[in-house]
Design a protein around this ligand. Sequence first.
Ligand code: FES
Ligand code: FES
Length: 163
Amino acid sequence: MTDELVLTLTVNGRPVTARGGAHLTLLRWLRDVVHVTDPKYGCGEGICGACTVLVDGEPVSSCILLAAQVTGSSVVTASGLSNEDGSPSLLQRAFHAHHAAQCGFCTPGMIVAAAALLAEGGNRSRTELREALHGNLCRCTGYGPILDAIEAAYAEGGEAGVG
Ligand code: FES
Ligand code: FES
């Protein structure tokens, strides 16, 4: 008996059908099977946020979700948030402009989490932003530049900051 399954998901707008073990996490399926490597393996326990991706528009920790649980879904990673022509989105440009990445390990998950916040619309205070991102840990920046970048994206484009 084999635990191999054929999974079909849309990854960053591209339909993908690929084999995956029944016990393979979405993070491992993305990185090792589909070779989409921007989501990172940090804690593996749903705590650090490095593996955050959007599943049908909702931010999730892909390290604690089985790929088989979300077959048929649409998955978007940080690289999938770029503009259609491949140029960086407003949010991605803001991260660059505000030096919101140092080692960069947290950055893909941080950008996905921030994009989900921007997509919700509204206007969050700095404190609210900090609280909303409590599930995404950064060991390098002290969070200030990350919050600066997100605030700049809000100011410039609001919800359109995602695109
Ligand atoms: S690697 Fe998934 S939350 Fe840390
Ligand atoms: S930039 Fe290094 S962990 Fe955030």
